[in-house]
Write a protein that binds this ligand. Sequence first.
Ligand code: ZN
Length: 175
Amino acid sequence: MALKVYPGRGRRGPLVVSGVVGELRVVGRRGDEVQIEEESIHRSLCECCGGESRTASGLVYDDDGHPTAAYFVHWTLGRVDSHGAMFDLIVGEWGESATSAGRSAVAVAIRIAPEGPSFMIVDATDRPVAESELVGHVLSRGEVVDTPLAQEVFRIVDAIWLHDSRIAEIVESAA
Ligand SMILES: [Zn+2]
């Protein structure tokens, strides 16, 4: 994935994650604790089974309208039950003066079990997001679990889960 983020013109203008041209749509509403912005969808083939995989990218904003994370949700159509899904995040500082040194890659694996979905922080080192030029630090599971960052990561994942309509197949698999 060749992913780039371009700062918007306004001080709080949107950041555009480029890679595949996509439709920008603000999904969360003002006043929500967290807002998300859906960006592009990238299609590929699953390495294990040749199924059609999708990666939906977007941005998460805090309640002040400042971007807090870019995200990439990866799953294979019709195989969420067996493959689960991955949430790859780039968290940290955004905006025009920020650099990759202030941003970290974190990965969260979703597994679907009969009793419901489980969310587990995993090593981001093996994920495509580790190669992104936007990332200064690639975090292992051990660097994230039981830290304040873990709470922030789950808050971000929760917002994506609730608001990104493109990942409905994953959410419905967990229902
Ligand atoms: Zn597969």
